[in-house]
Write a protein that binds this ligand. Structure first.
Ligand SMILES: CC(C)(COP(=O)(O)OP(=O)(O)OC[C@H]1O[C@@H](n2cnc3c(N)ncnc32)[C@H](O)[C@@H]1OP(=O)(O)O)[C@@H](O)C(=O)NCCC(=O)NCCS
Length: 168
């Protein structure tokens, strides 16, 4: 449990029942937040995406949500995940915080917890693609110790962090 603006925020793994909460969160997102996370415009989460985001194979994926404990109804404020690559040694991260909750430490908290689990599970490194103009995510990555490789042609940056892991 962490506190944000004096409100208790609970971080827990994603479960299949969360699908309606993901739909509700998506409806609140600004076009910029959607673009930064999905690299394009997206009107809704279709059933395949919802299934992919909520039916987690925890053998190869880590997925955590931040929940507003003070709210009457369960409310997802943010989500972070690391999906293991086919090599079984590296993983790709993604993180998203609802617009109203950005800049309050939730994204850092979620991603830090995912990274700590990934390290314990023996991942060797975690990487992710971030758009050049996404200053907040680049700052978050720097704060959490990611190295950045930029590709001026694509306008994308690849962020990578390495662990001393030994995943086989
Ligand atoms: C990028 C994102 C995940 C960051 O999560 P967040 O909860 O807003 O970020 P945090 O509050 O944890 O901030 C982490 C760091 O990022 C920077 N930062 C984040 N939001 C900021 C803001 N609004 N203004 C200035 N700096 C900001 C700061 O360096 C901050 O560190 P600090 O608080 O020690 O100064 C969130 O803004 C988001 O969902 N953006 C849209 C989707 C996206 O870009 N996803 C990433 C693609 S994989």
């Amino acid at each position: 449990m962490v506190g944000v603006d004096g409100r208790p925020i609970f971080i827990r793994p994603v479960k299949p029942d969360d699908a309606p909460l993901f739909t509700a969160l998506f409806k609140t997102l600004s076009p910029t937040t959607i673009y930064y996370r999905f690299f394009g415009a997206l009107k809704e989460l279709n059933p395949e995406m919802l299934a992919r985001f909520t039916q987690i194979d925890y053998d190869r994926e880590i997925a955590l949500v931040a929940i507003d404990e003070a709210s009457q109804t369960d409310n997802i404020l943010g989500v972070a995940r690391i999906i293991g690559d086919p090599d079984g040694k590296t993983g790709e991260f993604a993180v998203l915080v609802g617009d109203a909750w950005q800049g309050k430490g939730i994204g850092s908290n979620l991603l830090e917890k995912c990274l700590s689990i990934a390290e314990k599970q023996g991942f060797k490194s975690v990487h992710g693609i971030v758009l050049q103009e996404n200053r907040n995510m680049l700052a978050l990555g720097k704060k959490l110790g990611f190295g950045t490789k930029s590709d001026p042609d694509s306008g994308e940056n690849e962020l990578t962090t390495h662990f001393g892991g030994n995943r086989t």
